[in-house]
Design a binder for this molecule. Structure first.
Ligand code: FMN
Length: 443
């Protein structure tokens, strides 16, 4: 019996691709991804499966890195082809659920601390303490061009801005003391002016007087998620993040990454257990090995190689159409985009020898971390192996097609994990912090 339980998050795009670029083309996929009902159904299912969190990734441009064109993203319904606003979608899910955490990806580079603090405090209030924020600094030229810039800030500038952004938002969430909202009808005293203060922040990137015009959120502040993989990104995560989302590919790499993050967190004076590392996996589950293999092959075939290559190009910030498609991905590329993804596909190329076209299809099918296709028992075996090896505190399930993949996870995989006492049968409290066993930050 394992006393410690693993945590489960679901990666659900508010767009066509969650775990596999072939997912939206699957005959059983629900195509109505612009409707409230689609997201509410997924939220309710995840809550039935006692998931900690539904996580929505986001970017703020349609990528055009592959060949300088929008064509491959739009035509093949690739990862960046369409993205609804995560906060609006999560608000809709909040109304249909009671316990499920709600994670929104929002960029520190293209928003202001005041508006972000306000929006997330609102989500935390109306959901009863379930908001989480995936803090991204953004990495595409295409995004810069939607916000009045002709080129991106450098990686260091983006992280400098993010550090100051976090200072400001945490102080805004603290600008109301916990007991400041009194609502005494007789007195009358709606809010106690003595318990609400300005923050008077004057900095390099922001000048913000405060206070916030929303009272302190139920969780004190939303749960912080981060996915930076460079040295600077890891330090940022170690300082701020409570959930870390990674795509390590191999179990050994995952162990090394988690140990590194925990050591960095300790250097920032934090308890390493306050940091939950969740590797992304694409589970393909069916009752028999044969059925799972058939579903895997079906999804693989539906993921167009150019769609995957298009998404990999924007993830790396490198136009991969400029390289011969029958050769392997070059080593030691200068990658202005996500270093973590470059490390992941370089490692895969070394292991598998896939050429660029094959790599595109594999990346598009979402299967750089292999071994999570099979019966519920087999997938649970692999998850248990990773968990017990210290490779993770749980998983980010990148659901290959929706809602069928969620049903497979909730009705097949979760009961198997519960039987092994690896996963909760009931929620531990009412907020996302309760589910994650994280303390509520004091004001
Ligand atoms: C698994 C994973 C998921 C990510 N999801 C997003 C996302 O949804 N939106 C975004 O703008 N960046 C996303 N990123 C990018 C990171 O937030 C970060 O900007 C990027 O890794 C560059 O930082 P780094 O150089 O420290 O790695 C993701 C990165 C990884 C590794």
């Amino acid at each position: 019996m394992t006393a410690k339980k693993l945590h489960l998050a679901a990666f659900v795009s508010a767009g066509p691709v969650s775990g596999s670029h072939g997912g939206w083309r699957h005959p059983k996929a629900d195509g109505d991804l612009l409707s409230a009902a689609y997201y509410q159904n997924i939220g309710r299912l995840l809550e039935e499966g006692r998931f900690d969190l539904l996580f929505i990734p986001d970017i703020v441009a349609i990528p055009d890195t592959l060949g300088g064109s929008l064509d491959s993203q739009l035509r093949y319904g690739a990862l960046g082809a369409l993205r609804l606003d995560p906060l609006v979608v999560l608000s809709v899910i909040a109304g249909a659920t009671k316990h499920l955490g709600l994670g929104a990806t929002i960029s520190t580079t293209y928003t202001q601390p005041y508006s972000l603090a306000r929006a997330l405090a609102t989500l935390d209030h109306v959901s009863g303490g379930r908001a989480a924020w995936n803090i991204v600094t953004s990495f595409q030229e295409a995004e810069a061009r939607n916000f009045g810039l002709t080129e991106q800030l450098s990686r260091d500038e983006r992280y400098d801005r993010a550090d100051e952004f976090l200072d400001v938002t945490t102080r805004l969430w603290d600008s109301w003391q916990d007991n400041a909202l009194v609502r005494d009808r007789e007195a009358p005293l709606f809010a106690d002016p003595a318990r609400v203060r300005r923050i008077n922040h004057v900095g390099k990137w922001f000048n913000v007087r405060g206070p916030l015009n929303v009272s302190r959120p139920p969780q004190g502040r939303p749960v912080f998620i981060q996915a930076g993989a460079s040295a600077r990104g890891r330090d940022f995560a170690a300082r701020w993040a409570e959930i870390i989302f990674v795509t390590p590919g191999l179990i050994d790499v995952a162990v090394e990454f988690r140990n590194d993050l925990r050591a960095r967190a300790a250097r920032f004076g934090r308890d390493p257990d306050s940091l939950k590392v969740l590797p992304g996996i694409v589970p393909v589950i069916a009752d028999t090995e044969k059925q799972a293999k058939a579903l895997h092959d079906e999804l693989y075939g539906l993921a167009h190689a150019e769609a995957g290559l298009s998404t990999l190009s924007y993830h790396l910030g490198v136009d991969l159409s400029l390289f011969p498609q029958d050769q392997v991905l070059p080593e030691n590329l200068n990658v202005p985009g996500v270093e973590g993804h470059y490390r992941e596909v370089s490692e895969l190329t070394r292991r598998s020898g896939l050429n660029l076209a094959e790599l595109g299809q594999r990346y598009g099918a979402g299967r750089t971390t292999s071994g999570f296709t099979g019966t519920p028992g087999l997938v649970a075996d692999r998850m248990q192996e990773w968990f017990e090896a210290g490779a993770c505190d749980g998983f980010m399930l990148q659901i290959p097609y929706l809602p069928g993949g969620v049903e497979d996870a909730v009705h097949r995989l979760v009961p198997e994990l519960q039987r092994r006492s690896l996963f909760r049968r009931e929620y531990d409290g009412s907020t996302l912090r309760d589910s994650l066993g994280l303390a509520r930050p004091v004001s």
